[in-house]
Design a protein around this ligand. Structure first.
Ligand code: IMP
Length: 195
């Protein structure tokens, strides 16, 4: 079926919305939480990406009875045993400050040779009352100094494998093609297109 589908993306993060809207093209109308007048902060109390993403769609689905999806992402650094992982947003404190988060990573990796890291995104979808999970991963490394001013979060210190620029130096379309969220989204879109 080729009709336009409406979906709620459980986020108010404009960077993510822009990325997702670019990725889904014109096949979907993608609405944010503020588009539907929902302005609460949905709790993310669990210690896995999967549980947090599912908690968000369940909360939203119970309130609105709509098709919706939510994502949760973590930066997993090998030398830090997978940290910050599910705690990426608040790594340096509850203020969710990207600069402080990056500085903490750089400080912890000071003098550490193993710079391997990956971003992992889990998307939970509730569609017609059924739940689905999609995962996207991008492997790369943490560099020693912030480079670039695009993107958000940890982008200025992450260089994906096969590239010599950080995510913060890439056009959004290039980042979308290879990023954790882009890959998880591609799986989501493939699934939706088959419905
Ligand atoms: P969230 O679960 O998507 O909100 O992401 C958790 C944390 O990971 C936040 O601190 C984000 O800044 C960071 N993050 C998520 N996606 C990206 C990305 O594409 N690039 C850099 N940092 C990201």
């Amino acid at each position: 079926m080729s009709s336009i589908k409406q979906l709620i993306f459980a986020t108010n993060n404009n960077h993510k919305l822009t990325e997702l809207r670019a990725a889904v093209n014109k096949s979907f109308i993608l609405k944010s939480l503020s588009d539907i007048g929902f302005n609460e902060d949905i709790p993310e109390p669990f210690d896995t990406l999967e549980d947090n993403a599912l908690a968000k769609v369940r909360y939203l689905h119970e309130s609105y009875k709509i098709n919706c999806f939510a994502d949760d992402t973590g930066l997993e650094i090998e030398a830090l045993n997978g940290a910050p992982g599910v705690f990426s947003a608040r790594f340096a404190g509850d203020q969710k400050d990207s600069e402080a988060n990056m500085q903490k990573v750089l400080d912890l990796l000071h003098g550490v040779d193993n710079r391997k890291a990956r971003f992992r995104t889990v998307i939970a979808l509730n569609y017609d009352n059924k739940e689905y999970l999609f995962e996207g991963v991008v492997n790369g490394k943490i560099i020693k100094e912030r480079t670039g001013d695009m993107g958000f979060g940890y982008d200025p210190i992450f260089v994906p494998d096969g590239f010599d620029t950080t995510f913060a130096q890439m056009d959004i379309d290039v980042k979308n093609q290879i990023s954790h969220r882009g890959r998880a989204t591609a799986k989501l879109i493939e699934f939706l297109n088959k419905l």
